[in-house]
Design a protein around this ligand. Sequence first.
Ligand code: MD3
Ligand code: FE
Length: 209
Amino acid sequence: MKLNDAIMLVPTVVVGGISVFKRFLSPSDQLRIVGDLRQVAARAPIFSPKTKMGKPMSVRLTAAGDFGWFSDHQGYRYVRQHPSGLDWPEIPTSIMGIWKVMAAQAPDPECCLVNYYGEGARMGLHQDRDEANFDWPVVSVSLGDDALFRVGGAERGGKTASIWLQSGDVAVMGGAARLNYHGIDRIKFGSSQLLKDGGRLNVTLRVVK
Ligand code: MD3
Ligand code: FE
């Protein structure tokens, strides 16, 4: 047994069944991950997916891993290639390490979704249910500007709770919370100096198949 196996992770706060580890990543961890995400975006440029109605989403995105995420008039889905037709880059080891700590019992994630929130971007309440197996958690990493995260229950229209997510926070959505409605109401643009042009990056790691 490695000594580290005995170290239990205790979340700072649990909101709507979601475990939030405040400032889990040090400023230097955050800088390394942002550098790795810039390399991902150099190979798989950030794009604005279109909703079913043909409107561009305010959140822009890219991905790494076996699958990325895409949306157009046909709806939302995981796809094997970036819109350019090229494969998604590999998931950076700096980000994979967070999964190994937070989801040690789960298989490796197949999608590392990267959301970018510029000024005014938001994400409406939704469920993540395009994955084949909801037994595996989703792990989220917040970088850059503060974001007001809202989480409800597994039914639309129920009570919700809110929490500000800050740069370096890690959140784990597992168990019953895996199908909870959630979204980002707004960001506090310019509240962090991590990204030179401001805004917020959110990374989510998912097992897709
Ligand atoms: C709760 N992203 O990409 S991450 C998404 O901050 C998404 O960009 C938000 O929702 C963001 O789908 C929130 C936190 C999160 C991610 C997945 C979840 C919360 C979740 C899945 C189930 C329940
Ligand atoms: Fe989501």
